[in-house]
Design a protein around this ligand. Structure first.
Ligand code: CA
Length: 223
């Protein structure tokens, strides 16, 4: 269960946040001013902090700087009023990870919290993501090696990137234009049939039934 520290002086907002987070399975603590916030954050093991900028006494930026200065590494999401746009920039400079402008919908904040919690734990999953598997085909992104079953297959750099693009979006229709942009870059002639040619190469090397043509739309890695 993730523990979130809410630093917010307005009781109406902090209770709105607490209710929202708790009903989504998080545990929460609230700090109502900057001094209390720094004490709580340093002395406890929070996984994420929601930080209001307008706090009495010590403002949000000072809190942010003190926390980062004391080595706090958890993601910090700033809550800021819409007319304080310039504050956001200083927020990122002092070590905030994201911001949400008030007024906000809880779902919007929740989505950002989830994204932050995911990316702070990705170091563990990054290793696993270095290898992409589909059916009996393995793409090793570090060594750029490819295997179908036990047999190693030679792919050119373009073929590998094209295969990687398909493997990252299984069952999704990818248009020629998307593939062209992704694998060849924007300056490639959109009228070119190079995508079709390379899909042909991949089919030959990885299996004819692997990539299906979706008429008028593009190609799809067939589940
Ligand atoms: Ca406030």
């Amino acid at each position: 269960m993730s523990r979130i520290l809410i630093i917010e002086d307005e009781a109406r907002i902090s209770s709105f946040l607490e209710k929202g987070f708790q009903s989504n399975g998080f545990t929460t603590s609230v700090a109502r001013n900057g001094r209390e916030a720094v004490e709580l954050a340093i002395g406890n093991d929070f996984e994420l902090i929601i930080l209001d900028l307008g706090l009495p006494g010590k403002d949000g930026f000072t809190v942010l700087e003190e926390l980062r200065g004391q080595g706090a590494q958890m993601p910090i999401i700033i809550l800021t009023a819409r007319d304080e746009l310039h504050d956001k920039i200083s927020g990122f400079e002092s070590g905030a990870d994201d911001y949400v402008t008030k007024p906000f919908r809880f779902e919007e904040l929740l989505a950002r919290v989830r994204a932050r919690l995911r990316s702070s734990t990705t170091t563990a999953t990054a290793e696993a993501e270095m290898v992409l598997k589909f059916r009996d085909i393995i793409l090793d992104l570090r060594t750029r090696r490819v295997k179908v079953g036990a047999s190693p297959i030679e792919l050119s750099a373009r073929e590998f990137t094209l295969a990687e693009t398909f493997f990252r979006h299984p069952d999704q229709v990818l248009s020629r234009e998307q593939l062209l942009n992704h694998v060849w870059g924007y300056d490639y002639d959109p009228g070119s049939n190079i995508v079709d040619v390379y899909v042909g190469y991949l089919r030959k090397k990885l299996g004819e039934g692997l990539i299906e043509t979706v008429r008028g739309m593009g190609y799809r890695l067939k589940m």
